[in-house]
Design a protein around this ligand. Structure first.
Ligand SMILES: *[C@@H]1O[C@H](CO)[C@@H](O)[C@H](O)[C@H]1NC(C)=O
Ligand SMILES: *[C@@H]1O[C@H](CO)[C@@H](O)[C@H](O)[C@H]1NC(C)=O
Ligand SMILES: *[C@@H]1O[C@H](CO)[C@@H](O)[C@H](O)[C@H]1NC(C)=O
Ligand SMILES: *[C@@H]1O[C@H](CO)[C@@H](O)[C@H](O)[C@H]1NC(C)=O
Ligand SMILES: *[C@@H]1O[C@H](CO)[C@@H](O)[C@H](O)[C@H]1NC(C)=O
Length: 471
């Protein structure tokens, strides 16, 4: 459900220069409006001076934020390389945004906001904390998505008896809360694995659709969530993106065919522009899915090609963010999904209950974009749960900040540095959903919220904040 690989960025862009040509035409308009040549000259000289000054400031900023106090960060230059590719971003051949612009259908406001919660069954491949299935609260979510199963030989992997017991516990919550819906999520973390094989074959796509709906019916599930990360990524493959859309259509038809029952079809989708452009035919997708779960997190985490601190799930950019950085936030991702044809009412905005840890190179360089050389020592593998964060910030020697632009907190203590969400940041995200009339929130995950109530007096404090606002 996480970890996005940007290493193929260089490969996947073609060159372009939309932004510059846009600025160029603005300049021409100004010239036409101003007949006084002398003024124009003075203006130009003044503008050059301002640009020169700005460049100096940016270079000073870059020097201090990336280099200062940096004893051994040989890979930090790659961050700069990434920005050199920014102009190339715009013209990449998109499959997602064909046709006219579309700004979402605001008339399709749901009468109830969805609160879609992932419940993760531990497996070797998931970074998560064990949440006993009987500790799940049946009233805080409108939908619970149980993850993750996989595809094998064109069909869903048969569950073990332990897993069937978990399915039964969660689906039995519907007896307590009759409006609750329980979905099953099928995951694949590669485009060339079992999922890719299945979508490439017309017979297997059909078999998968029929088998899946039969399985949902036999296990008392209400729907299926596809979490394929990602179609046609990292290698562009328009055929594969199209075949994924066809699979969605097959599933939709199979659901419609069983008109005496009704099943939900959802897809967990990417937030970064490069993946959105390559993986999804959004306008067609919107016809087949009931909703999408936007994975609007992991915008920043420690990696060896981007070894710098940053927010996991910022709501907005900071004014200091440059071109590519400006795209790494929820407001930006969701705007692109809507512009490309996904109605607001079908979008569930992802809110993480987990965060990321970093190990600073220099504990005195501890803001945004500070060089790091690995994961922090709290949590596991760079992931921290909300209880990990709440214990960390309660330590009197920790320094805790809330960023006024990103609208998320961060904290540090010595060389440990964490980005996470707290009650204030999830409340703002829930209000954002309400103000902009999105379909609802997706919470990843129940497992990393404080389900024992160790941080305060209530259980699931983050989910409870979201539920207070959206129900
Ligand atoms: C998961 O890990 C355990 C212990 O490390 C191992 O015995 C088991 O085979 C692994 N399962 C899978 C499916 O890889
Ligand atoms: C895969 O499924 C086909 C039927 O669709 C079956 O004949 C074949 O034995 C299966 N292969 C494996 C390895 O299970
Ligand atoms: C897409 O599906 C068609 C069959 O409908 C198949 O011929 C083609 O090879 C598939 N391509 C990919 C990349 O999945
Ligand atoms: C729905 O109809 C199918 C046959 O079309 C039948 O097998 C199934 O049992 C029915 N389900 C319910 C819940 O009535
Ligand atoms: C959020 O996105 C919208 C649409 O793209 C834009 O008009 C607005 O300025 C953005 N808000 C912020 C605070 O960046």
């Amino acid at each position: 459900m996480t970890v996005i690989n940007f290493t193929n960025l260089d490969k996947t862009y073609n060159s372009s220069n939309q932004r510059q040509s846009h600025l160029g035409s603005e300049k021409q308009d100004n010239k036409r409006k101003d007949p006084a040549l002398k003024h124009c000259l003075l203006d130009s000289i003044f503008a050059c001076f301002i640009i020169f000054l700005s460049l100096c400031l940016i270079m000073m900023y870059a020097h201090y934020s990336y280099v200062d106090g940096n004893t051994d960060c040989p890979r930090c230059h790659r961050y700069e390389d990434l920005f050199k590719n920014i102009e190339k971003l715009n013209k990449y051949k998109k499959v997602s945004c064909q046709g006219n612009e579309f700004h979402g259908d605001q008339s399709l406001v749901p009468n109830q906001y969805r609160i879609v919660c992932y419940y993760v069954i531990l497996s070797n491949s998931t970074h998560s904390r064990q949440l006993p299935s009987n500790y799940v609260d049946p009233y805080l979510c409108t939908h619970i998505i149980v993850g993750f199963t996989a595809v094998f030989n064109g069909t869903l992997t048969p569950p073990t008896s332990e897993i069937i017991d978990i399915y039964k516990t969660i689906t039995a919550f519907k007896l307590m809360n009759p409006s609750l819906k329980v979905l099953l999520s099928v995951e694949d973390m590669a485009s060339n694995g079992e999922f890719g094989k299945m979508v490439a074959d017309e017979n297997l796509r059909h078999k998968f659709s029929v088998d899946t709906i039969n399985f949902l019916s036999s296990m008392n599930f209400d729907g299926i969530d596809l979490d394929w990360e990602f179609p046609a990524w990292p290698n562009p493959n328009i055929e594969q993106a199209k075949n994924f859309t066809i699979l969605l259509e097959n599933l939709k038809n199979e659901i419609a065919f069983r008109n005496n029952e009704s099943y939900i079809l959802s897809v967990a989708v990417a937030a970064p522009e490069v993946i959105i452009d390559q993986s999804y035919q959004i306008r067609d997708m919107a016809r087949f899915v009931d909703f999408i779960n936007l994975m609007s997190y992991d915008y920043h985490m420690y990696t060896d090609y981007l070894p710098l601190t940053g927010p996991n799930s910022p709501l907005y950019p900071r004014p200091a963010d440059r071109l590519f950085q400006q795209t790494l936030n929820i407001n930006w991702s969701v705007s692109l999904w809507m512009k490309c044809g996904m109605p607001a009412s079908k979008i569930n905005i992802g809110i993480p209950t987990y965060g990321h840890s970093f190990w600073l190179i220099n504990e005195d360089n501890n803001g945004w974009n500070a060089p790091a050389k690995g994961f922090g020592t709290i949590g596991s593998g760079g992931f921290i749960t909300y209880p990990d964060a709440c214990h960390f910030i309660a330590d009197p020697s920790s320094t805790n900040h809330f960023d006024d632009d990103y609208r998320v907190p961060y904290s540090f203590n010595g060389r440990n540095w964490i980005s996470y969400d707290n009650e204030m940041s999830v409340r703002e995200k829930a209000n954002y959903i309400k103000e902009n009339k999105f379909g609802g929130a997706m919470i990843y995950s129940l497992n990393s919220d404080d389900f024992y109530g160790e941080c305060g007096t209530v259980k699931f404090p983050l989910l409870r904040r979201i539920s207070d606002i959206l129900s």
